[in-house]
Design a protein around this ligand. Structure first.
Ligand SMILES: Cc1cc2nc3c(=O)[nH]c(=O)nc-3n(C[C@H](O)[C@H](O)[C@H](O)COP(=O)(O)O)c2cc1C
Length: 407
């Protein structure tokens, strides 16, 4: 893989030479770009000797000579020729300039022109790392889908103990490796994912809902986009940021979620219904706020549309993956639901355990396959569970394509 290594002006710049070696040892072809400040800490000659290539240090120095890039617009050429941009050390200054889209030197201009994967390894004094400005900039960069390799705790060059130290170059190279090896097995698929709870109004200020955080559906949406799918995420009200490269449609009620799902059915090849849709709603919501009285309040509720069942009826040759949140008899209930709703696969999780399932970062699931076999996954982070679910989806898709193909 062709990797550009951007070196910022931090005390850890010397470790970037080791990083070049670690990347090369994993078979990557490395082009080094240095900021002006980085050259105060380490000489370009070190990188030129390690890579056998000219080190790029200046936006306006024209290329020339036999070992240089041929394009006059070098930052665009470098952006097109490389698949991964790794910045290590990423200074506080670079994080600020990247997040705000400044393009006042080669590295920041390259960043704006770059369309591949971006990996940032910040390193700085711990007060700089903890500063609100750095945190805000990092949040923006994370939201853009960049991989942040967080600094480690330890003794820093300024003599203080804290977070801010550049991780071991071998660890950074391993992370780059795992990113470049990542599967793109959902390329060409158009996946519609529902996530989060719905809210059903009881009066102008109150509603019934549930404890779904949307984290599982958002993790699946993020992972599916990373694996090459076009993703539409129909999301109930949640408080987590939208994943990068995903079209998000915000809805509030079960009725709105149903409409959004079937409005997009035509262009969808896989439907993953992880939302926790309310089962009941109030058909005639009072115009005025319900008054508190000393007597018991009875509410008349009607069943909400069964989006999963309707999707099962209308899916055609699309894959339909349902979710079941149960508090007992998990696998039996999931198998029953899978058949009754015409799902191709069903992800079942127990939701009455602390730290797992609803509103948690971790999950433990049984993935029910078309054969009825249950594949267990977890307990693990929801992003790992998302990958396991998509592994099964991609395998089923491949299997069905092979069966459909005439001999
Ligand atoms: C001795 C010394 C060490 C520095 N170490 C760091 C550091 O580790 N991380 C950082 O973000 N800035 C560090 N700085 C500040 C940067 O060099 C400064 O913000 C510079 O403008 C960064 O330029 P660049 O982002 O273009 O590389 C250091 C400065 C000095 C003088």
């Amino acid at each position: 893989m062709r990797v550009v290594l951007g070196v910022g002006g931090g005390i850890a710049a010397y470790k970037s030479a080791e990083l070049v070696r670690a990347l090369q040892q994993r078979g990557h072809d490395v082009q080094v770009v240095m900021t002006r400040a980085a050259r105060e800490f380490i000489q370009p000659l070190t990188f030129a000797a390690l890579t056998g290539r000219k080190v790029i240090t200046d936006l306006f120095s024209q290329s020339g000579g036999e070992d240089t890039l041929s394009s006059a617009v070098e930052h665009i050429a470098v952006a097109h020729e490389n698949e991964v941009l790794v910045v290590a050390p990423a200074t506080a200054d670079l994080l600020a300039r990247f997040s705000h889209g400044l393009a006042d030197d080669f590295l920041t201009t390259l960043y704006l022109a770059f369309e591949g994967k971006v990996v940032l390894a910040p390193a700085m004094n711990s007060a700089m790392w903890e500063h609100a400005a750095t945190k805000t900039n990092l949040g923006i960069l994370q939201q853009r889908g960049h991989v942040i390799i967080e600094p480690e705790e330890g003794w820093l060059a300024c003599g203080t103990l804290g977070a801010g130290r550049l991780p071991d170059p071998v660890r950074i190279a391993e992370q780059v490796d795992s990113i470049t090896r990542r599967k793109r097995d959902l390329t060409g698929e158009s996946i519609l994912i529902t996530a989060g709870p719905t809210q059903e109004a009881l009066d102008p200020v109150r509603y019934i809902s549930n404890r779904s955080s949307g984290k599982m559906g958002y993790a699946i949406a993020h992972a599916a986009a990373e694996r090459g799918a076009r993703v539409v995420l129909v999301s109930g009200p949640v408080s987590i940021p939208a994943p990068h490269n995903v079209e998000v449609i915000h809805v509030r009620t079960a009725q709105e979620m149903r409409k959004a799902v079937f409005d997009h059915l035509e262009e969808t090849s896989i439907i993953i219904k992880s939302a926790a849709v309310a089962d009941y709603y109030m058909a005639n919501v009072p115009q005025q706020k319900l008054k508190k009285t000393a007597t018991r309040l009875s509410l008349e509720l009607d069943p909400t549309p069964d989006i999963l069942a309707e999707a099962g009826q209308r899916k055609g040759d699309r894959l339909l993956i349902g979710f079941a949140a149960e508090t007992e008899n998990l696998v039996e209930e999931a198998r029953r639901k899978m058949i009754s709703k015409h799902c191709d696969m069903l992800v079942a999780n127990l939701v009455n355990r602390d730290g797992l399932g609803f509103d948690a970062d971790q999950n433990e699931v049984d993935i029910i396959l078309p054969s009825g076999q249950a594949v267990h996954a977890g307990p693990a982070d929801k992003k790992d569970i998302a990958e396991r679910i998509l592994d099964q989806v991609a395998t089923l898709r491949l299997h069905l394509r092979a069966v459909e193909k005439p001999a």
